[in-house]
Design a protein around this ligand. Sequence first.
Ligand code: ADP
Ligand code: GLC
Length: 486
Amino acid sequence: MTTRALHVASELYPLLKTGGLADVVGALPPALIERGADVRALLPGFPPVVSGLADLRPVANLGSRFGAAPVTLELGTLAATGLQVYVIRADELYTRHGNPYLDDDHVPYGDNAQRFALLGWTAAQLAQHADPSWAPQIVHAHDWHAGLAPAYLKAAERERGKPVARSIFTVHNLAYQGIFPAQQFGQLGLPADFFNMHGVEFYGQLSFLKAGLYYADRITTVSPTYAREIQTLAQGGGLDALLRERAHDLSGILNGVDYSIWCPANDAALPARYTSARLAGKRACKEALQKRFGIAQKSDALLFGVVSRLTEQKGLDLLLAALPEIIKRGGQLVVLGTGDPALENGLLRVAQAHPDAVAVERGFDEALAHEIVAGSDVIAVPSRFEPCGLTQLYALAYGSLPLVHCVGGLADTVVDASLENLADDLATGFVFVHFTPDALQGAIRRAFALHARRTEWKATQQRAMRQDFGWGASAEQYLALYRGLV
Ligand code: ADP
Ligand code: GLC
């Protein structure tokens, strides 16, 4: 029997992307459809979402909701994959330029509770046949933005005296919790007793993330190691007790790579293409990248690349501390990122001091991200914590050896180039265990040491490129979860 599942999220590549969430929500539904599931997506009607879908047509009038009127539900097709996407049109809430969550001063919009409550509420309406021609059996909600969907489903179930749809909540990042003042609970239209320690209440406030974790039938997160980490006091963000209580409903399913978008053999964003057997194109990509960033055109300089949201999570402050080691050894660093202004400025200052070796580009640029992943020798992901991480997976596919901190999905996907791992043909990158400048410097020195042994470096690159992190295995695991629920 075909399972009907609705993916509920705030981002979906190529419509709208601020991070890896969009890549996953763009790639997982097609992978599930390929394996026989009947999957659609639901997104808020942010301007790029509305303009990115050619054939949007109305499906239902949802009336006046959460301070917006009229609210309508529309359905369109994503040309790239053929995915059917429901869009919530509520101009007062969603028609804003720039970042979907933050205003121009990087401050969360004051009405985010209403903006994302509407997302969860509409998911529950779809499960109750808001679209007469299609209703999901599974509502698969992603991150806090969709966290209220399982709560609205439970409320509907209580009202009707029977289940409406089953729900899965996937945690992409426990650090973003969607916390709002308790007074805002009244606007949500949830039963009063849901504002409870056993419910959406979190230390006196309202938490969308906790709603998802508490009310969903199953919880997943994006790597097996992160699934364990978030059950600890140190990394549970105040929710570890709840996660331990729900341990039997919680699993870690590794994200995959969409190789139709991230493949050096046919990547249109690159100045030259290459494969593991023919790496000449990669050298051309490196040359072009050095030129693009205006750093010294040295083919043998070990080039480190970073493509990242600039937040505390990503550990780039540690990379800054270890940068003298890279420069001293004749290495180079290029960074593409946007986010925290203090981090942006810190990076820009180093670039000004070492124009031949370090260059930084602020902003979000999909094509440049591909150029950096292809043209670098090493892609650095020194994150403090990392639920899964996609950039290190893209780096592997492009033969750019990942340098990572041993946490979360980074620990699950990269094997350190220690002598024994090299001897056993296992190494794919550089892994440091302790989050200290010394440990990072050690990994940097291993990268330089391996780079000096050209044959071994190439063998490691080729091994990295042969790793299969496609969506196949992960999609099968989600399907098994779906089948268990319906
Ligand atoms: P996270 O979701 O925590 O940001 P991931 O590694 O899972 O981390 O995914 C990051 C995604 O966002 C990757 O596709 C990466 O290429 C992309 N990305 C991050 N910053 C930028 C940027 N400044 N420009 C273009 N793409 C970026
Ligand atoms: C989050 C995490 C990242 C993960 C991505 C997609 O943004 O920070 O580790 O890869 O979601 O699941």
